[in-house]
Design a protein around this ligand. Structure first.
Ligand code: C2E
Ligand code: CA
Ligand code: CA
Length: 822
């Protein structure tokens, strides 16, 4: 659209130039034309500005949605959520900054008349002596805002308010309760409005239930215990979107649902602005979401006609929103204590930030600030105050980078080496289960404090998560320091720990490994220490084990595979299998993923996860990958020629392929050789493949997309996908990792999947759910807007002949599977 604008402007300018040279008649005609051209350009700018605003409003509302969903998951994970925990969580979100317009985030609970007195008494006992459900008076049932944050002057007004008692709120709440969906209310005056600057407010509700098996309205009503809700002030909400007077339009928003009169939600027009009384262009757009429809009336400002071109603010707003939803996703991952993922996040975020700070445009600066804060948030362990796994990984990297002169460590070993220790409390789970999580946390805190106080400053200590701690210390090859330290740590456990008056005795197991100065990859030492720890645990309590080669059966297996790979391709031990991808709406086969299969004459089937990495490390992957590409294209051609199917086939790229300068040429040549249209081939990559040379990978993928090949980001959610990654990568598809789909019975995974869906929507990417095995998983994915699915529920990966059969045989898919997608 902008190019068009530019063209019309250019032609207008040319015409104006011509008039200066031509006669009077020509002048008149040209003037007419220029005015028309300018008018058309302005109309286009007007249309564009409206579309941008609608997109920005929708994106903002989706962010609020993610906030509510993540809040809900906090309740689901923690049945007895305390006020403090709720406060911590909401503070982490930094509502005012990251989600402008949010007046309150809270929880409203059902209270029956019989329980009213007891409920009020319990809140009073919680430190609110004046608390009561408002407004006064007997009613059939009450809801009460029982949690509300931030607990400021305004929100104190709303604490205890029975939203059900008021019609507009009740309508939205009952719709939420009966449908299980998020709803928004019509305009209300928020109870929080106490001063003169009153703005229209809206409420967003997410119903909370005791159980997840809810078949109908009756079930939902019975299981509804309350609502997670957000209160938003429309003026503040819109100010974040409309921003300054950079805009060339004024807008007014009305809620017209269920009433004859339009209820104003927002207006950007200053009442004394007379210039705005006769706008040249006016239009109305409908915005439908969360069960309500808003009408947005836009009016052009005089500046719209004076300006050529657009600042493209919309993109910035949308990207900032995407950032916010990603931010929520990250917070959720952190809150859920998926520490492996959190560690991954921190690691990538750190390098990512370094790389991109300079390249970020001004509009994304806010995002950087958020990530900066996140970085500090993710380097300390909130429970013990020690460094956490992310920080530990950074140290490890430091150690690897400059083995000899790391600024991080006060001293260094005689040979520039380091000792690494992983430790883990014995029977911690039992303690947690029998004494409760509170005591478990207290014990961890006590252990952390003791370690911090007793260990010398020369070593670096971190809590990796759970009951796992780790230490790095400068050491020599004999590991004298490490062993001495390990013994000292073990002795620290000879006395019980004081956990708020209760003494708990525990022991710890320790695994020790050595990072020599020439070790290219200290993370390897970490897994060695892990292996040693594993063995220590195996041999009883309070054991210290030092890693040595015999512990590493892994390397033996690797060597075997390496040998077997030699010549495997020539001996035709590989074949391809195909796993269908099913459209979530209608259940048609929309594509298939190509999976490599290796049948070894002696060892039998060897799964790809067991050999792909070795093949990459040894270089065998190159010829294997070339063969996969060729065989896949051949298959596409055969199936198209024989009328079997013309669905696209997706191949998994190896990281080496992505790094190869020949990739594009190889692919185009292969496509040409088999006479295949590029849209019949798709490519799956994983985030981990992008780490080494992101810029280059980006360029390659961009080229592939330009040819017409679709790109899917595989195993999405298992790594850290920063906003700039996704933005720059320009992928088409996100494949939601099967680990989330496989655990959709947990609220955590549900939230993660929903957050990913929100993110995908914001960035306009399509989604594939992987590893779908049950009807429930399929239904959940479908209900949350996932476009396609893949998994054993529909079909396992099939050999070409079987795939043909499967396609031909309409009975091949189980009825249950079919029902889940039609
Ligand atoms: P991936 O790309 O995530 O592939 C999907 C994996 O999920 C496949 O495992 C598939 O068999 C499995 N899967 C599909 N549906 C289900 C399900 O319902 N439940 C469960 N539990 N699993 C399901 P597979 O074939 O073992 O492949 C593992 C990984 O090996 C792949 O993960 C991919 O990263 C790699 N790989 C496979 N084929 C190739 C290839 O041709 N080239 C390269 N470079 N990598 C490959
Ligand atoms: Ca894949
Ligand atoms: Ca995958």
């Amino acid at each position: 659209m902008q190019i068009q604008n530019l063209w019309s402007m250019k032609s207008a300018a040319l015409v104006v130039l011509a008039t200066a040279l031509g006669g009077a008649l020509a002048t008149y005609a040209a003037y007419e034309f220029a005015v028309k051209a300018e008018r058309m350009a302005a109309e286009q700018r007007f249309k564009f500005a409206r579309a941008e605003t609608v997109t920005a409003i929708e994106a903002r509302m989706r962010n609020y949605e993610s906030v509510l969903r993540s809040s809900n998951s906090v309740f689901e994970i923690n049945e007895d959520l305390t006020r403090q925990q709720w406060q911590d969580f909401t503070q982490g979100l930094q509502l005012h900054r990251n989600f402008p317009g949010t007046q309150a985030l809270g929880y409203s609970i059902w209270v029956s008349p019989e329980n009213k007195a007891a409920y009020e008494a319990s809140v009073r006992a919680d430190g609110f002596p004046d608390f009561k459900i408002k407004p006064d008076g007997p009613r059939e049932a009450y809801t009460s805002i029982t949690f509300i944050e931030p607990m400021d002057v305004r929100n104190r007004q709303a604490f205890g308010y029975d939203m059900w008692s008021q019609e507009t709120r009740r309508t939205a709440m009952s719709r939420a309760r009966d449908t299980g969906e998020i709803t928004i209310s019509g305009p209300v005056k928020l109870v929080q409005e106490i001063d003169s600057e009153v703005q229209a407010g809206i409420l967003m509700y997410l119903p909370h239930y005791t159980t997840s098996t809810l078949d109908d309205v009756v079930d939902r009503r019975a299981a509804n215990t309350g609502f997670v809700y957000g209160a938003f002030r429309m003026g503040d909400l819109m100010a974040g979107i409309i921003g300054s007077d950079l805009r060339d339009i004024e807008i007014e928003i009305f809620d017209t649902d269920g009433s004859d009169t339009a209820n104003s939600l927002y207006s950007s027009i200053e009442s004394e602005d007379t210039a705005q009384q006769n706008p040249q262009l006016t239009a109305t757009d409908a915005i439908t979401m969360y069960g309500r429809t808003w009408q947005m009336a836009s009016h052009s400002k005089p500046s719209l006609f004076a300006r050529a071109g657009d600042v493209g603010l919309g993109q910035a707003v949308v990207m900032a929103s995407a950032g916010a939803s990603l931010f929520v996703l990250i917070l959720v991952l952190l809150a859920l204590n998926t520490r492996r993922r959190a560690a991954e996040i921190a690691r990538r975020m750190t390098r990512d930030l370094d790389q991109r700070t300079e390249e970020l445009s001004a509009s994304l600066r806010r995002q950087v600030r958020i990530e900066d804060e996140l970085r500090s948030l993710v380097t300390t362990d909130t429970l013990t105050g020690l460094a956490n796994r992310s920080a530990f990984n950074v140290w490890l990297k430091e150690v690897g980078k400059q083995n000899h002169q790391s600024g991080v460590f006060p001293t260094k070993g005689t040979n520039g080496g380091y000792g690494i220790m992983m430790m883990d409390l014995d029977r911690f789970k039992t303690i947690n289960d029998t004494l409760g999580h509170m005591k478990g946390d207290e014990l961890l805190t006590a252990v952390g404090t003791k370690l911090k106080n007793e260990l010398p400053d020369t070593c670096k200590l971190a809590r990796l998560g759970g009951d796992e701690f780790a230490v790095i210390v400068a050491d020599d090859e004999d590991q004298t320091q490490s062993l001495e330290l390990a013994n000292r740590i073990r002795n620290l456990f000879s006395d019980p720990f004081d956990c708020d008056g209760r003494y708990i005795k525990t022991t710890c197991s320790i695994g020790v490994a050595y990072i020599s100065a020439d070790m290219p990859n200290p993370e390897r030492a970490m897994s060695q220490a892990d292996i040693a720890l594993y063995r220590a645990k195996d041999s009883g309590r309070g054991v210290i084990k030092v890693f040595d080669e015999t512990l590493e059966a892994e390397s033996i297996r690797r060597a075997t595979i390496e040998d077997a790979l030699d010549g495997a391709l020539a001996r035709r031990e590989f074949h391809l299998e195909f796993q269908p991808k099913i459209g979530s709406n209608g259940g048609s086969v929309v594509g298939a993923e190509v999976l490599l299969r290796w049948i070894h004459p002696d060892m039998g089937f060897i799964p790809p996860d067991m050999f792909i990495q070795t093949a990459e490390e040894t270089g065998y992957i190159e010829s294997i990958s070339a063969w996969i590409l060729d065989a896949t294209c051949k298959q596409i051609r055969t199936w198209m020629d024989n009328g079997v199917t013309d669905i696209p086939l997706a191949i998994n790229l190896s990281s080496q392929q992505l790094q190869s300068p020949e990739l594009i040429a190889t692919i185009t040549n292969t496509l040409r050789r088999h006479n295949i249209p590029p849209e019949k081939l798709e490519i799956e990559i994983t985030e981990s493949m992008l780490i080494d040379d992101f810029e280059q990978a980006c360029r390659r993928l961009k080229q592939l997309r330009e040819i017409g090949i679709k790109i899917a980001l595989d195993d999405f959610g298992t790594g850290y996908s920063s906003l700039s990654y996704l933005h720059k990568l320009q992928v088409d598809v996100l494949k939601i990792d099967r680990s989330f789909v496989g655990s959709l019975d947990t609220p955590q995974s549900k939230t993660i999947v929903q957050s990913i869906m929100t993110l995908a929507k914001t960035l306009d990417l399509s989604t594939v759910g992987e590893g779908v095995e049950t009807v429930e998983q399929a239904q959940f994915l479908r209900a949350n807007g996932c476009d396609e699915m893949q998994g054993w529920l529909f079909a396992k990966s099939l050999r070409a002949e079987d795939f043909e059969q499967w396609i031909a045989d309409s009975e091949a898919m189980s009825t249950a599977a079919k029902l889940a997608v039609v």
